[in-house]
Structures are given as structure tokens and as C-alpha cells.
Design a protein around this ligand. Structure first.
Ligand code: URA
Length: 265
């Protein structure tokens, strides 16, 4: 069992790797910052949007523009604040002119998204809009047909409650859609109250012979997970508080202003 502190360290390690990513040559050239994601490193609720926009690219934090304001407002209406959830995107770099992510970019960036999900271990992943919904459901069904319907899905090795909703930026253009988004958000407290879905048994490779099986099991049971890279940037250390996932609606102090690119709480 990996502790929340170990997962938090591993998350910071992932951030340090991702911040120099050059897998998408165009995005690596045009971006100002890699927007890794931010929030509560041990959150039960994770939001996955599409890609950073201009404001996010400048500040290095996700959802800090108009769409972010709406997200904050909708969270507030269900008694949550940003520092109780983790927010990230399908892409970590801004596509020039806010164009749609290209399939190859989505594929290149998957390792960072799935790595983030693995370390935060949310019980609910709320996908914002089509790109995140299609990617995490592994299915081309559009958001119009399935928004507001939670379903259990395997994401990597873990079973989560996937909850697709409209993207706040798209909803902003159509007031009626803000109402739909608001109604869908009202389901979130009930989903959080359900707790984590039952997890599948840990994967153990099929043994070819007894001696090998013993080695595999020993690895799976006894080996502690790597706690992350040994060197951590001091400026990150300075802004990262111990992980905690407060109950929905619980009192939470206002976050310190974040000048870093990993707004962890
Ligand atoms: N839209 C997104 O999908 N992500 C952001 O971070 C900001 C706007």
C-alpha cells in the first residue's frame, strides 16, 4: 500500500519530468509553460479538461480564465473549493490559437494524464467536454448523449466513477448549457458520498512455473513503490503542504497565492 505522502512525492516527480516535455514539437515551441495540473494531491474528485488556453499558458495553472471562473462558481454551489479537488487536462500544452488537440498530441500526453490519475487516486473523474470524455471512456460517444450519467470504468488499473459533463468554456456560449452543467454538478456530492467503487484484484502476471510465480508475487507484495525522484526543486517544497482530502463541504483555509506551476494543496 503506497501512502498519500509517497504518491504526492511521485506526483511532483512526474511534474518535473513533464515540464521539459518535447514530445509534440509544435506545442513545445509555441507554449510558454507546461500546465501540469493542480489542486489537492489526494483529492477524491478530479476534473479533466481539454487543454490550457492563453491564461493558463501564461500562468502555468489550469482553468484560471473565464472557464475557470465558472468552474469555481459551480464548485462553490456544491460546497467545494478548488483546493479540495485536482484539476488537469488532456493536454499539458496550449495548442496555438486554442485549436483542437490533434490525435497524436493526445496520445503523446497520455502518460502524464494517466500518471497523474495513478498518483492522485481520485474516486470520481469528472470529464469536462468531449476530448476528456472520449479519451477516458475509450469510446467516441459524444458528450451531448452521456453528460450527467456517472458510470464505473477502469482507468488504468483502478476503477473510478467517471462523470462526463459539458466543458465550462463551451457552456459559457449558451446560457441554457450553463444550467445543464449546474444540474449535472448537483449530482457530485451524492457521487462523493458513495465512496470508491470496489477495486479489481491487483494484476499478477500468469506464472509460467512455480519459481517464477514466487518472484512475481514477492515483487507485488513486498516491494515498496518508488517514492519519486530523490531531488525535488526547493521552490516546489516551499509551496506544497501535506496532502489531505477534506470531506465535501468541509471548512478549508484559503490557498496561498501560487507562483509555481504545480499548485498543490
Ligand atoms: N479549458 C481547458 O480545457 N482547460 C483549461 O485549463 C482551461 C480552459
Amino acid at each position: 500500500m503506497v501512502s498519500a505522502d509517497e504518491r504526492r512525492e511521485a506526483l511532483k516527480g512526474l511534474f518535473h519530468e513533464a515540464r521539459n516535455c518535447t514530445r509534440c514539437p509544435q506545442l513545445a515551441q509555441t507554449r510558454h509553460t507546461v500546465v501540469f495540473g493542480g489542486g489537492n494531491a489526494n483529492a477524491d474528485l478530479m476534473f479533466v479538461g481539454e487543454a490550457p488556453g492563453r491564461n493558463e499558458d501564461e500562468r502555468g495553472l489550469p482553468f484560471v480564465g473565464q472557464a475557470g471562473k465558472l468552474l469555481d462558481q459551480l464548485l462553490g454551489e456544491i460546497g467545494l473549493t478548488r483546493n479540495q479537488v485536482f484539476v488537469t487536462n488532456v493536454l499539458r500544452c496550449r495548442p496555438p490559437g486554442n485549436r483542437d488537440p490533434h490525435p497524436v498530441e493526445i496520445e503523446n500526453c497520455q502518460e502524464w494524464l494517466f500518471g497523474t490519475i495513478e498518483q492522485v487516486q481520485p474516486t470520481i473523474i469528472c470529464t469536462l467536454g468531449n476530448f476528456a470524455t472520449k479519451l477516458l471512456r475509450g469510446d467516441p460517444t459524444g458528450i451531448m448523449r452521456i453528460h450527467g450519467r456517472a458510470e464505473e470504468r477502469l482507468v488504468g488499473p483502478r476503477r473510478v466513477r467517471l462523470f462526463p459533463v459539458f466543458h465550462p468554456a463551451a457552456a459559457l456560449y449558451t446560457p441554457a448549457n450553463v444550467e445543464v452543467l449546474r444540474r449535472d454538478f448537483q449530482q457530485i456530492p451524492g457521487l462523493l458520498a458513495l465512496g470508491a467503487p470496489e477495486q479489481p484484484p491487483p494484476l499478477v502476471e500468469a506464472p509460467l512455473e512455480v519459481a517464477e510465480a514466487e518472484v512475481v508475487e514477492a515483487d507485488a507484495v513486498d516491494e515498496p513503490r518508488e517514492p519519486g525522484p530523490p531531488t525535488l526543486a526547493e521552490e516546489l517544497e516551499a509551496v506544497v503542504a501535506p496532502a489531505a482530502s477534506p470531506p465535501p463541504g468541509g471548512e478549508e483555509p484559503e490557498p496561498e497565492p501560487q507562483g509555481d506551476q504545480l499548485g498543490l494543496f
